[in-house]
Design a protein around this ligand. Sequence first.
Ligand SMILES: Nc1nc2c(ncn2[C@@H]2O[C@H](COP(=O)(O)OP(=O)(O)OP(=O)(O)O)[C@@H](O)[C@H]2O)c(=O)[nH]1
Ligand SMILES: [Zn+2]
Length: 291
Amino acid sequence: MNGRILKAISGFYYVQCGSGLIECRAKGIFRKRGLSPTVGDEVTISVDQNEKGVIEEISPRKNAFIRPPMANIDQFIVVVSAVSPSPNLFVVDKLLSIAEYKDVEPIIVLTKLDMAQLPGVADIYRQAGFTVIEVDYQQKAWKQQVLDCLAGKVSAFCGNSGVGKSTLLNHLGLGLSLKTGETSEKLGRGRHTTRHVELFQLPFGGYIADTPGFSDVDLHRQEGILKDQLQYTFREIAPLVGQCKFVGCSHTCEKGCAVLAALEQGKIAPSRHQSYVALYQAVKDIKDWQL
Ligand SMILES: Nc1nc2c(ncn2[C@@H]2O[C@H](COP(=O)(O)OP(=O)(O)OP(=O)(O)O)[C@@H](O)[C@H]2O)c(=O)[nH]1
Ligand SMILES: [Zn+2]
């Protein structure tokens, strides 16, 4: 039988097959290969007469993350609030860069627009080629847009504590709730301790990951993105690669740089380029052998 792992707890994997959830162990061979089943994995299982399931095979993954441990994520719902906390576009751009690298489609959702304006932010990201949804809880239009994005996909919510992730999910009326990011902070364990991730199936197809993760971890280091790869993880920079005067142009200060020219012409937003430069400085000293 084939199914998807929805949660993993102390060596047991809960695999959804059709409408049933089957408790499974993993075959020993996975450990030998250094591969462990992860929430989000599509797996083949066998079930014995005592209804005990065994994971026999893990299908090739589209992507995988270590913290939080998850595989096959289709989308990040990147929630950005107008105030409290005020938006940090560098954090957003880091998430978008990782998303691009891992073949995850980011959807940007702007919240708390009733409390303050976010001038220009929606335009910055639409111009760069992203879907931006502006939430207004007094109106209805946003809701169908979000539901359409979620349908049939595996989505994970991202964004710092307090941006409004739980509120957004509550307003969707799906009967789902997110774990909050505050608990571990209150306990003083830091926000990035390993925690248990769970996928919830949506009534119209697709899944939502219940994880407060994917916020502000140093994912570039974790994922080992190198300086030459970084340019491809910025959607509006990638098509210009190869058009600069010098081979190996870093797009930070060189003469004849096609990216800097696009920046000057207003085709690339200054904040996006600043994020690229800051990330470039952060990853430029990482070498293959350090990973
Ligand atoms: N006025 C207004 N308040 C909002 C909006 N969205 C969220 N809030 C409020 O902002 C606060 C934080 O929202 P949450 O939904 O708990 O934020 P969260 O991102 O889930 O936070 P963590 O669980 O800590 O990760 C709550 O008091 C919400 O009522 C909005 O669009 N407008
Ligand atoms: Zn360049």
